[in-house]
Design a protein around this ligand. Structure first.
Ligand SMILES: [Zn+2]
Length: 131
């Protein structure tokens, strides 16, 4: 089994999916500031660590995408796994290249949003390992 992130959020103005995961995160598509904060990072970290502990890598073999949160989680897991198999680059540089090289289709607005969120999740995972 895997720990899913049952989370969906759409901008009320432009309907773009995104996650206001901390204060001052505005809609990455239209810039609307909803003053909403959904504390999703701990769930992402928990799910990532669970995957890693049980299966040895972050990306699940099978991952049913049941929500936008699952979609984002899968992207983050891929970034974390690919980061771990290379040793040359720091996370910020690596994640920038990853999102630059990925095909985003009509979700290009998510590019920086996902990169910033991946860095936050990465730091949380690193901090927990130190404790
Ligand atoms: Zn919007």
């Amino acid at each position: 089994m895997s720990l899913h992130i049952m989370y969906d959020h759409q901008c009320p103005k432009c309907a773009a999916y995104y996650i206001p995961y901390e204060q001052n995160i505005v809609c990455p598509n239209c810039g609307l500031d909803e003053n909403e904060v959904d504390d999703i990072v701990p769930q992402l970290v928990h799910s990532a660590n669970y995957q890693k502990n049980v299966y040895g890598c972050y990306t699940p073999i099978a991952w049913w995408v049941g929500s936008f949160g699952d979609h984002v989680a899968l992207l983050l897991f891929e970034i974390l796994d690919k980061f771990n198999v290379q040793k040359e680059k720091e996370f910020i540089e690596f994640s920038r290249e990853y999102v630059d090289n990925r095909k985003w289709g009509n979700q290009l607005y998510l590019k920086e949003h996902i990169r910033n969120l991946s860095y936050k999740v990465y730091l949380e995972i690193e901090n927990k390992q130190d404790n």
